[in-house]
Design a protein around this ligand. Structure first.
Ligand SMILES: [Zn+2]
Length: 228
């Protein structure tokens, strides 16, 4: 499908605000905790910008003989390159060392400079997966320190009412990206046909029909501009 942003708008995908340079990044990284997060939270956006050079980094599950090959196939379907690491992802969600997460992010990326970086929201997208939050924090820290450079950093903007409903775009999202039925189906097929989730699985029921992103400030909140 066309990746031209003007044709996206003609197709009825309203972009409320678009912090991308000219709305058309040349290179974009998606940095997520798990294979499937890229598709769930940003798959429609990725698929509809196929003129971009997408690189998807997943921090966990390289050693998972089921999920790792599926990630490779998902990359093909999404028209992206990518890499996967093998950080601990046990069910007990033991906190990871922040330096290790940051090093892992950098080790996966082919370059330190992108036009756009997408990653998890600071509180994750649902209640609750610590790896999402740790990934978000690591990427933010690398971006603010200048170790990772990008014109914009957007973070996924979803919430699930503390587990009371399936994740949906937060009210205050900077960018709401509603998916056309065709685009949503394309994304859902990555979840069902490639990742193999069952129709009644949480993932398939969740697969958002609208994607949401929050622009992130290069300065910590409360920090002042200038030399005051
Ligand atoms: Zn995940």
């Amino acid at each position: 499908m066309s990746g031209d942003c003007d044709s996206d708008r003609r197709a009825g995908m309203q972009v409320s605000s678009d912090p991308l340079p000219d709305g058309r990044p040349r290179s974009a990284a998606v940095i997520v905790a798990h294979p499937d997060d890229e598709t769930l939270w940003a798959g429609g956006y990725i698929l509809s910008h196929d003129d971009c050079h997408w690189f998807i980094a997943a921090l966990c599950r390289a050693g998972d003989p089921d999920r790792a090959p599926k990630f490779r196939r998902a990359l093909e379907r999404l028209g992206a390159r990518g890499a996967i690491a093998d950080l601990d992802d046990g069910p007990e969600q033991r906190p990871l060392d922040g330096a290790l997460v940051r090093e892992t992010v950098l080790s996966l990326l082919p370059t330190r400079v992108f036009d756009l970086i997408l990653t998890h929201g600071p509180g994750g997208e649902y209640t609750r997966h610590l790896r999402h939050e740790e990934t978000s924090g690591a990427v933010l820290s690398l971006w603010r320190s200048g170790e990772l450079r990008a014109g914009s950093l957007w973070r996924f903007a979803y919430e699930d009412g503390r587990g009371s409903y399936l994740p949906r775009v937060v009210e205050v999202a900077d960018l709401r990206f509603p998916l056309s039925p065709t685009l949503w189906l394309q994304k859902q097929r990555v979840i069902t046909e490639i990742y193999g989730f069952a129709p009644d699985s949480w993932e398939v029921r969740t697969t958002p029909k609208e994607e949401g992103f929050q622009a992130t400030s290069a300065r910590p909140s409360g920090a002042r501009a200038g030399g005051h």
